[in-house]
Ligand binder design. Structure first.
Ligand SMILES: [Zn+2]
Length: 387
C-alpha cells in the first residue's frame, strides 16, 4: 500500500474552474489515488512511504491533451517521429485523448476496417503508457455503412470516443447525426472537426453543419489549422452547450477571439485545451502549456482558470476520474514553478505574463514519471524527495 505525501505546496490549483484555488498545502496519495487534501498537520505522516517537499511551488492536476492524433505506440507516421508522447509528458501532460488514428498509412475506410483500427488502438493503449502518460486511444472515424450494432460493439470493446467527424467519408450532417445518436446511446463522447479543411480527403465544416450534427465537442474552434469566421465561432459558443476546444496547432488570433467570446457568454467551463499534434504543424511537446499561457496572458482569463480548462473541464467532458485535486481522483499531478529569469514570481504569475512555467515533477497514479522536465525551462525551485 504505497502512501505518498506532498508537502509545502505554495499554490494548489484544483482543476475545478468554479473554484480554481484550494486553500491547502498538502496532498496525501494512497494506492494511486488522492486520499486527502489539507494542511500537513491535519494529514499526518503515519504509514507514508514517500514524502515530496514542494518547496512552496505550485501543484496542479496533470494536464489533459484533448486532441492528439496518435496511431499506435509512441510513433507518428505523420512526422516520422518516435517518442512524441513521452516528450509531451515532459510538458506536464498526463492524459492524451485520441481525436482519431487518422494518420495510419493506408487507413481502411470501410466499416470493418475503421472499427478494427479503433478497437486495436483502444486496447493497445490500455496496455501501454508512453513516458507514464495515459492514452485514451481508439477514436472511431465515421465511415459510411456503420450501423447502430457497430457502435454497440465498439463501446463493448472499449472504444470511448468518436474521432473528429469530417475526417472520414461521413461528412454530411444527414449521415452523421444518426451515428452521433447511436454513439452517445453507448456512452461515447463525440468530437467534430470545425473550420477549414485540414488534410486532403477531409472537409470544411461550418457552424451550421456542427449544429445539425450535434456533437459533444467542437474541435479546434480556432482552426485545425484554418479557422472559421469569428461570427461562426460566436454562433457555436452562444448557440449551443457543446464543449469548445482551443488548440495549439490552430489560428492564434481566433484562439484569443474565441476565448473573449467564451468570457462574454459565461462559457469558460466549456473550454477545453488540445494540441492537435502530430499534424502538419508538427509535434509540439509544450503545446498544451503554451495554449494555457496564450489564453491567460492575452485575455482576462486567469492562469488558474486556464489550467482548469486543460484539466477538470476536459476530464468532465470525457468522463475521466482525474483532472481534479479531490479525494478519490487519480493522483495525476504536476509540480511547477516560475521558470528561471521570468518576471513572474511563481508559476501562475509567470503564465499570466506569457512564460511557459518550469515543470519540476510529474506524477501519474501517484508515481513519479518525470523528475525535472527536459523540455520546459528549469523551474526556480525544484521539488525534493525527502524520504
Ligand atoms: Zn480537425
Amino acid at each position: 500500500m504505497p502512501k505518498t505525501l506532498l508537502t509545502k505546496i505554495g499554490t494548489l490549483v484544483s482543476g475545478d474552474i468554479d473554484d480554481p484555488i484550494l486553500r491547502a498545502d498538502a496532498i496525501l496519495i494512497e494506492d494511486g489515488k488522492i486520499a486527502a487534501v489539507g494542511s500537513a498537520g491535519e494529514l499526518g505522516t503515519a504509514g507514508v512511504t514517500l514524502t515530496i517537499d514542494c518547496g512552496g511551488t505550485t501543484v496542479t492536476p496533470g494536464l489533459i491533451d484533448s486532441h492528439c492524433h496518435v496511431v499506435l505506440g509512441d510513433y507518428t507516421p505523420r512526422q516520422k517521429q518516435s517518442g512524441f508522447l513521452e516528450s509531451e509528458v515532459h510538458g506536464g501532460v498526463t492524459t492524451f485523448i485520441s481525436a482519431g488514428e487518422v494518420h495510419l498509412p493506408g487507413r481502411p475506410k470501410d466499416p470493418a476496417g475503421t472499427k478494427a483500427l479503433a478497437i486495436l488502438a483502444a486496447k493497445s493503449f490500455n496496455n501501454f503508457r508512453p513516458g507514464g502518460g495515459k492514452v485514451v486511444g481508439g477514436a472511431v472515424i465515421l465511415e459510411k455503412g456503420l450501423t447502430a450494432d457497430d457502435f454497440e460493439e465498439l463501446a463493448r470493446e472499449g472504444v470511448r470516443t468518436v474521432g473528429e467527424i469530417g475526417l472520414g467519408s461521413v461528412k454530411d450532417p444527414a449521415d452523421a447525426a444518426p451515428m452521433v445518436k447511436w454513439a452517445r446511446a453507448c456512452g461515447m463522447t463525440v468530437m467534430m472537426h470545425a473550420g477549414g479543411t485540414s488534410i486532403p480527403g477531409s472537409s470544411t465544416v461550418t457552424a451550421d453543419m456542427v449544429l445539425q450534427t450535434d456533437p459533444d465537442i467542437v474541435c479546434h474552434i480556432n482552426g485545425g489549422p484554418t479557422a472559421m469566421a469569428v461570427d461562426e465561432v460566436g454562433k457555436l459558443i452562444g448557440g449551443s452547450d457543446y464543449a469548445i476546444e482551443i488548440v495549439h496547432c490552430g489560428n492564434p488570433k481566433v484562439a484569443v477571439e474565441a476565448a473573449v467570446l467564451a468570457i462574454e457568454h459565461k462559457a469558460l467551463h466549456r473550454v477545453i485545451i488540445g494540441n492537435d499534434a502530430p499534424s502538419g504543424t508538427g509535434v509540439v511537446p509544450l503545446g498544451v502549456l503554451r495554449v494555457v499561457c496564450h489564453l491567460a496572458s492575452l485575455t482576462a482569463i486567469g492562469a488558474d482558470q486556464a489550467i482548469c480548462m486543460a484539466t477538470g473541464n476536459t476530464a468532465r467532458v470525457h468522463k475521466l476520474e482525474r483532472g481534479l485535486i479531490a479525494p478519490g481522483k487519480e493522483a495525476d499531478l504536476v509540480i511547477m514553478d516560475a521558470p528561471m529569469g521570468s518576471v513572474g514570481a511563481d508559476a501562475l504569475s509567470a503564465i499570466k505574463a506569457g512564460d511557459v512555467p518550469g515543470v519540476g515533477m510529474v506524477l501519474v497514479d501517484g508515481a513519479i514519471v518525470v523528475n525535472k522536465s527536459r523540455n520546459t525551462p528549469p523551474p526556480v525551485t525544484m521539488p525534493k524527495v525527502v524520504s
